[in-house]
Design a binder for this molecule. Sequence first.
Ligand code: GLN
Length: 453
Amino acid sequence: AFNTAVAEAQAALNAFIVTTPDAALEAARKVDADRAAGKALGPMAGVPIGMKDLFATKGVQTTAASHILEGFTPEYESTVSQKLWDAGAGMLGKLNLDQFAMGSSNETSAYGKVISPWRKSGDEAALAPGGSSGGSSAAIAARLCPAATGTDTGGSIRQPAAFTGISGIKPTYGRCSRWGIVAFASSLDQAGPMARTVRDCAIMLEAMAGFDPKDSTSLDLPVPQWEAGLDASLAGKKVGIPREYRMDGMDAEVAKSWDEGIAWLKDAGAEVVDISLPHTKYALPTYYIIAPAEASSNLARYDGVRYGLRDLPDGANLQDMYAATRAAGFGPEVKRRILIGTYVLSAGFYDAYYTQAQKVRALISRDFAAAFNHCDVILAPTTPTAAFALGENSDDPLAMYLNDVFSVPASLAGLPAMSVPAGINSQGLPLGLQIIGRPFDEQGVLNAGLAIE
Ligand code: GLN
């Protein structure tokens, strides 16, 4: 019955690239054995989770939803997935995503798009589950698994969580080891949990986080007991409302949900203050220079020699093999990012684009640091709209990138940020609210999330 249920939902949603129900069952059996032997159970004991197919899993194919990594079966396990297995979780399968985590709709996967289980009332058009962690969000929203891993470079945990009515937290940059996660933009990439409740996110993040000497940017800090610290009373806390996020032409229902969120946090005892993040309007262009620049460098390793696909035409030399492999192995969005990235890093344009973007990134971080002198957490919408239809933005990369307008600032500043469900709009679709915290203050973010949930 377990296999049938997964197979049926899989046919409808395409959330998984590969399912591994035997691994999940093995974890469940181990719980029984450990319990019988009187052994202590881990915090995730027996929980069947989905693993975004960006995490290297020993002996199970790891594709990053790309053709170029087809057939790549790692000999090693990512630090984060190993920590989850050590906490007792079992893997239900590898989840679909935007190719190399580049996208906001899950339409760039080489394994086909993911379909959200949500529909507008009275309209059967298939909706995007968000991206890049759209397999994770669809699988949780459809109740295929109670929780899944996500990664967030510019919003890929928060935006799909918002689109599907679930919760997800991107911790402070460095909380979760990047070791064994296919790299997109290394100075931004962070893993985090996606689940139905804030409490589930707290439990899972505790299992995923922690110092790892194999990642040079890993934070050498103890992992707090976030679950034990959960407290929905916000007495004595200040919540900042960034005025620059209230943009002209903002969707009226998104604005309304933001106002409702403000009222809920006041009810929980918080004081609400107006704050300013003056460089907000530069965050999107800054992100779309830095992320492709780092991606173009990270993706240079897919050369047809070391991993997955090799396209070696008859009589080809090495250069031909690189070109043929990369032409066949990367999808159009990935190629676009590589071209943008190599352009902004090229000798003639480096100062005009990349250096400039790094300077603006520092200003964006300083805006947040200054704002946190006046508040403890920041409340904002997660996305400018509810979920859009599949295909609606797929021919227009700029329209797609605009989806990330509220999520990239916290990524550029490395701050913990969470999306929690905040009600349903008049079309019957979920909306999410975002809480951004000080560096290392995941607890403050989770607590404000709990007050909204
Ligand atoms: N949508 C953003 C992008 O396409 C963010 C992706 C992510 O966070 N992995 O780059």
